[in-house]
Design a protein around this ligand. Structure first.
Ligand SMILES: NC(=O)c1ccc[n+]([C@@H]2O[C@H](COP(=O)([O-])OP(=O)(O)OC[C@H]3O[C@@H](n4cnc5c(N)ncnc54)[C@H](OP(=O)(O)O)[C@@H]3O)[C@@H](O)[C@H]2O)c1
Length: 317
């Protein structure tokens, strides 16, 4: 796809979503909320789990104010807990049995948790929330995705994936913990590797389902302040303060690459989209730079196997 075809994509270009059921994680805030709002506006039925029912219901109230009559289902999902992911997937299976989903958007994430934290499963919090939980969720919901063209699995990565490194001897930051350009960048590179490897497996299986992805550039959301301790590293705060007025965009614009990957007829299977501007920080969605490590096929296979082991799931496409 050429850059120009995507350059002016806005929320108005999201095609009708009538008859489509969408599940989006992290939709109570930021980019996920904006994407859910636009998909609901176009007629999608949206399942939006959050870490508490009150957060999910609060997002639903805000969407209904904008889109009266929107069909929205709340749920509880903590991606940092494998048991919670399993319980939520079971809830979806019971409420919407069979092949009932048209779009899964793995959007939720945390960034730069200041000090290394372990989840209930003993995994580093960013790797678990941003990557292991979404991998398990996708594997468990895969049987519920309709086997037809137009069905998509979207994974939200980050431009920081370019600085990421998959360190198999340090996946849980057990050797060294670097909040941003360590644990976070590794988790977002893992997301991108997953998105691309998933597409290869879908293609090999002859599946009509597409795996696409995107990153929002630099969008002003709760992400910059919501690390569990609420404190960002000093270096990151300085860089963000300098970049913010020049190179950031609001959450609605940050949601455009996700919406493009999720719904544009111009998005290609395996396509990865980000903003068009300087350093892919802001702008309209265009094909984004893919880190060389994300193109390493052996690395992708090894990471997939290791992730199956860590999450206890056999993800056969
Ligand atoms: N904003 C940017 O500039 C930027 C740049 C690159 C990539 N991204 C990516 O974009 C995605 C969305 O981030 P955002 O900027 O919209 O940030 P945000 O406003 O903080 O939204 C993040 C969402 O993820 C949810 N979440 C966090 N931990 C979770 C968990 N353990 N289980 C389930 N949900 C959890 C949050 O829920 P709570 O409200 O409960 O915390 C929130 O709904 C993330 O994957 C992020 O890595 C953002």
């Amino acid at each position: 796809m050429s850059t120009n075809t995507a350059t002016l994509f806005t929320a108005n270009d999201v095609p009708s979503q009538q008859g489509r059921r969408v599940l989006i994680t992290g939709a109570n805030s930021g980019i996920g909320y904006e994407a859910a709002l636009e998909l609901a506006r176009r007629g999608a039925e949206v399942i939006l789990p959050a870490r508490s029912m009150s957060k999910a219901n609060d997002a639903i109230s805000r969407i209904v104010r904008e889109v009266p009559g929107a069909r929205l289902t709340p749920g509880i999902l903590d991606l940092a807990s494998l048991a919670s992911v399993r319980a939520f997937a079971a809830f979806v299976g019971e409420k919407f049995p069979g092949e009932s989903l048209d779009l899964l958007i793995n959007n939720a994430g945390v960034m730069a948790v200041p000090a290394r934290e372990l989840t209930v499963d003993g995994y580093e919090r960013q790797f678990a929330t941003n990557y292991l939980g979404p991998f398990l969720l996708t594997a468990l919901l895969y049987p519920h995705l309709r086997r037809k063209r137009g069905t998509r699995i979207v994974t939200v990565s980050s431009g920081v994936s370019n600085q990421g490194k998959i360190e198999f001897d340090n996946l849980q930051s057990e050797r060294l913990y670097k909040p941003m350009f360590g644990a976070y960048s590794q988790s977002k590179l893992a997301d991108l590797i997953f998105q691309l490897e998933l597409q290869r497996r879908l293609s090999a299986a002859g599946s009509p389902i597409a795996s696409t992805g995107g990153h929002p550039g630099y969008a002003i959301t709760n992400l910059q302040t919501s690390g569990p301790a609420g404190v960002m590293p000093l270096g990151f705060r300085i860089v963000s303060t300098i970049l913010k007025p020049l190179a950031s965009q609001d959450a609605a614009h940050g949601a455009l690459p996700t919406l493009f990957a999720a719904a544009s007829p111009l998005a290609t299977p395996g396509g990865y989209y980000g903003p068009s501007g300087f350093q892919e920080l802001k702008g309209y969605p265009v094909p984004a730079k893919i880190a060389p490590a994300a193109k390493d096929l052996d690395l992708a296979k090894r990471l997939w196997s290791e992730t199956e082991r860590l999450t206890g799931v056999n993800f056969a496409v």
